[in-house]
Design a protein around this ligand. Structure first.
Ligand SMILES: Cc1cc2nc3c(=O)[nH]c(=O)nc-3n(C[C@H](O)[C@H](O)[C@H](O)COP(=O)(O)OP(=O)(O)OC[C@H]3O[C@@H](n4cnc5c(N)ncnc54)[C@H](O)[C@@H]3O)c2cc1C
Length: 414
């Protein structure tokens, strides 16, 4: 008899798991449940849509027919409310019930709302779904003045959207530079200059104390903790994610700012797996628990989870071993972060020109992540050093040579 698999979430993690399961077991009974109204699309590209640079059609990856043709039961607009891990079943908001032999939770996160007055009024947008992108595009096109909050990878997308849509914007940051956990002020200054060129002004040691609105309840300004007022008829907020685990509250599944898994994407509860942004997985390269927020990583986790779901519980065949990467393409120069650029106990960095900078994060003498601005050529070699866990503590200078010569490192595999 074929197995039954239920997958919660039709992002890249859930969808890649469904595809892997179907390819290996074409007769398997696979159900994919998503609370979004559309099948898998490219979340990375929705920012280009919101900028007005890309039509909707190429952003879609699968139509509902793609699932139908493979016998996969896709349930759109369906929110999972509870999971019964003893009874092996999943309940939905509409009273639906799905039984499973194996369950994959791939529900990702939802943007955190700013905990300040008026943070839910009209004109304040958060960014995660295609629906959000449609609202952001419309809001930005109609706006004259913008405020962006959240000095990270999603915040900069919102800033770039303002730039592309001719919204004069202030980008309010809490510290002294953009993405202060991964970049130093020297490296971040390259980004600040590029933002200014797009008419987006970085404002440091700032943030939001509260928002002001007009009589119709539409945002008109953000006031920062220093009392400074920034006019805004469009606000983009990206201060982090809340992970979608609410429906697991009555289970014994271990949660910790996401779902805890081992390196095989198995949770602590029999027959339940997790993949994608939602996981706090055991990172075999780092030697500790970690979380990724990147497309390629989520896709790979979905595939690893599925391969292990095909086998016996507790006898996994596949291990997630991955150095993720995340690139930004808003500027004239390329930008890439890899691995865990905000972790580690040491780092080296160097500025090479007005648009070229590199930082490598180290933990216990080994490369765990970094940021490259301007020249991405060292990417594959730095990732190789991370994958092979080469001790570079006595060879840190080599990491900053303009052209990294991998064979110069002691301990690298030829
Ligand atoms: C604007 C934007 C730009 C990005 N740019 C990049 C980039 O350039 N490079 C990069 O590597 N990454 C980028 N990312 C991050 C990347 O898109 C994510 O890491 C990846 O999509 C995570 O996939 P996932 O499948 O784990 O989760 P998600 O894609 O979040 O999918 C989870 C799905 O589960 C659904 N769901 C949640 N709870 C329930 C429930 N209870 N019942 C039913 N369904 C539920 C959600 O609605 C969602 O559809 C970007 C993200 C955004 C939002």
């Amino acid at each position: 008899m074929s197995s039954s698999y239920v997958i919660i979430g039709d992002g890249i993690a859930g969808s890649s798991a469904a595809e892997t399961l179907h390819d290996a077991e074409p007769d398997a009974d696979i159900t994919v449940i998503t609370d979004e109204g559309e099948a898998l699309y490219n979340r990375i590209l929705i920012k280009e849509f919101a900028k007005g640079r890309m039509p909707e059609a190429p952003i879609s990856i699968h139509s509902p027919d793609w699932y139908g043709e493979r016998g996969i039961d896709l349930q759109l607009n369906t929110h999972v409310t509870t999971v019964d891990t003893d009874g092996h079943s999943v309940e939905t908001h509409s009273g639906g019930s799905y039984e499973y032999d194996k369950l994959l939770v791939a529900t990702g996160g939802t943007p955190t709302q700013l905990p300040v007055d008026n943070s839910d009024v009209e004109g304040i947008e958060h960014f995660w779904t295609f629906e959000d992108a449609r609202a952001i595009k419309e809001g930005a096109q109609a706006a004259e003045n913008g405020v962006i909050v959240g000095a990270g990878l999603l915040g900069i997308d919102l800033a770039a959207i303002c730039g592309a849509q001719d919204v004069e914007a202030n980008y309010l940051m809490r510290g002294e530079c953009w993405w202060r956990y991964a970049l130093s002020p020297e490296g971040a200054e390259i980004i600040h200059d590029a933002l200014r060129e797009k008419n987006v002004t970085p404002v440091f040691e700032s943030g939001v104390d509260h928002f002001e609105t007009d009589d119709d309840g539409h945002v008109t300004a953000a006031v920062d903790p220093n009392g400074e007022r920034f006019k805004a008829d469009f606000v983009g907020a990206a201060i982090g994610l809340d992970f979608n685990t609410e429906f697991l509250r009555d289970t014994d599944i271990e949660l910790d700012w996401g779902i805890v898994t081992d390196e095989h994407m198995q949770t602590n509860v029999k027959d339940v797996y997790a993949a994608g942004d939602i996981t706090q997985f055991h990172d075999v390269l780092l030697g500790e628990r970690a979380q990724n927020g990147a497309w390629g990583s989520a896709k790979e986790q979905g595939s690893v989870a599925a391969k292990n779901m095909l086998g016996e519980w507790g006898e996994p065949s596949e291990t997630f071993e991955w150095v993720s990467s995340y690139s930004i393409t808003h500027f004239d120069f390329p930008f890439l972060s890899f691995g865990h650029p905000t972790l580690g106990d040491d780092e080296v960095e160097k500025k090479y020109s007005d648009t070229e900078w590199r930082r490598v994060a180290l933990k216990d003498g080994k490369v765990v992540g970094g940021v490259l601005i301007g020249d991405l050529a060292p990417q594959s070699k730095l990732k190789q050093l991370a994958r092979e866990q080469v001790d570079v503590s006595d060879q840190k200078d080599l990491l900053l040579e303009e052209t990294i010569e991998i064979e110069k490192f002691d301990g690298i595999e030829a």
